[in-house]
Structures are given as C-alpha cells and as structure tokens.
Design a protein around this ligand. Structure first.
Ligand code: CA
Ligand code: CA
Length: 274
C-alpha cells in the first residue's frame, strides 16, 4: 500500500452535515469507509484527532470551504474495475483510486483484497465487487456439500468462513443438454458406466433423481440411447428411501447389453435450475 504523504499544506475541509464523524480511526480506514458507501464522495481526515468526516459532496459542490491545517481532504474516484493506473500503482478489482488535494492519486486497498479461497474441484460461479462476494460451485461430475457457498467481506476486510466442499458425484445423467434428464450413469470403482433396465422402475428412478437434487422422477426413458464402456449395475432394487442408487440392492455382474441402458426424466417442479 502506498504511504500517504504527510507533507501536506492543504487543509481544505468541507463542512460536515452528514453522515457525520467517525472517531479514532486511521486515514486508510476512513477512506475505505467512504468507498464502501455509495453516497460518500469525499472525506476530511483530522490527522491530529484521528477523526474521519464522511461527506456526501465534493469540494466543487460548495463554496464554503474551510482551511484547517489539521485536515487532509480527499475525494473518492469511482473507477470501473479495469486496470487503472493510480499514481505508481495499478488498481485492481479490490482497490480504489482516490484523489487527494492537489490532484495527487492514492491507491487504497478496499475490503477483501486478499486472494480468494481455493476449493478443490470447485469453481467460482459468481463474483461481486461492491459489496465483495464470491459464490462457489463444483466442476463437472462433482457435487457440492456444506452450508455456506457464498462468502462475503467480514470485519477487518477478510473473507468470511467458507463451509463448502466438492465431492465426486456417483450418479449423472448423460446425453441430454439439460440437467434433469438423461441416461443414468454411475461411478463405481474409479470409472463411469451405465445401468441396466432389469427391474428398474419408478422407485429406482426416484432415488436417482433425488440424489441429484430433484424432488423425484417423472418417468424412466430410453430416449438417451446406449452408453459405452462398462455396464456397472444390473437388477437394481430400491425401496425408494435410499440416499443414492449405491445404497440400493444391485448386482455388478450382469446379463445385459447396452440396448438396455436406462435413463430417467426428473420432476423439476419447484426446482431452481442454475
Ligand atoms: Ca432388460
Ligand atoms: Ca439382469
């Protein structure tokens, strides 16, 4: 972070009306508070008393400036989040350039400028900068679990705790271009393979669909054709209360051909599809 030049001669100060004064904080924090508020356009900072005055105006907007050598005056500059030269630095998505008196540019790190948290087999599906947030998902064939998938800036400008992990999925629907229907494939002993239709009915389809986050199945289908590779499950028999198809009864040896590969169509009523 750039050192703030203390050799100031200008103490231009706007009369403070609103939102008021913050006491006992530093200059950088004062600027960060201003940057965090869309309505704050400039600050007066009293370096003697460590008082931060947030202004909803800039000095051009008023005629009644006060000179006071105790004060720094600084204006925020709302830059877009591209690479922007700011003094001797480049602003990034988590920094802001502010203009000091005399048009001097100062680079200020804003909240959560630290690097993002890495989730193994995960990816970032959404990111916002004002306010700062990151939302995680999982890469193909992995599914997420945990209670918190979006992190925000917490006190001190650090990312909040992330309680989210990605684990290998054991069921997928293949061959369609939507997430809620396809040929059923399972991941067993390190590879993906298909499921034979013998005894496979709605109870089995329900378990498959629920394990993928849907309320249940609409129907079984052959619409998505034959798979390749191993036929990994035969004579699947579910009670319908199982968590995944792997919890059901099944045989790994089979008397099937790929013409018997089963598919399902999930019920998507009430489901938010991302
Ligand atoms: Ca059959
Ligand atoms: Ca069979």
């Amino acid at each position: 972070m750039t050192e703030i030049n203390q050799n100031k001669v200008i103490g231009k100060r706007l009369p403070v009306k609103w939102p008021g004064v913050e006491k006992n904080i530093g200059f950088q924090m004062c600027l960060r508070k201003c940057v965090a508020m869309s309505y704050c356009l400039s600050i007066n900072f009293n370096r003697v008393l460590l008082e931060c005055e947030l202004n909803e105006r800039k000095k051009n907007d008023t005629n009644d400036l006060v000179d006071d050598d105790s004060y720094f005056y600084a204006e925020t500059v709302r830059v877009d989040h591209q690479s922007n030269v700011c003094g001797d630095k480049i602003c990034n998505n988590y920094s802001t350039c502010v203009t000091m008196a005399g048009n001097r540019k100062v680079y200020i790190e804003t909240d959560c400028s630290e690097s993002e948290i890495h989730v193994p087999n995960g990816n970032i599906v959404q990111r916002t900068y004002s306010p700062a947030s990151i939302t995680y998902g999982c890469i193909k064939d992995f599914i997420g679990y945990g209670t918190i998938q979006t992190i925000n800036c917490s006190n001190g400008g650090k990312w909040s705790v992330l309680d989210y992990q990605c684990e290998h999925s054991y069921t997928r629907l293949v061959g369609s271009n939507v997430s809620f229907e396809g040929r059923v494939e399972v991941y067993l002993n390190g590879s993906w393979g298909t499921v034979c239709d013998d005894y496979f009915g709605m109870s089995e389809a329900d378990v498959v669909c629920r394990s993928l986050g849907f309320p249940g199945a609409l129907q079984v289908t052959y619409k998505y054709g034959s798979g390749t590779g191993a036929i990994l499950m035969d004579n699947v028999n579910c009670l319908s209360n199982e968590t995944t198809i792997l919890d059901c009864g099944y045989k790994t040896s089979h008397d099937c051909s790929h013409a018997e590969d089963i598919g399902v169509i999930a019920n998507i009523e009430g489901v938010f599809l991302s």
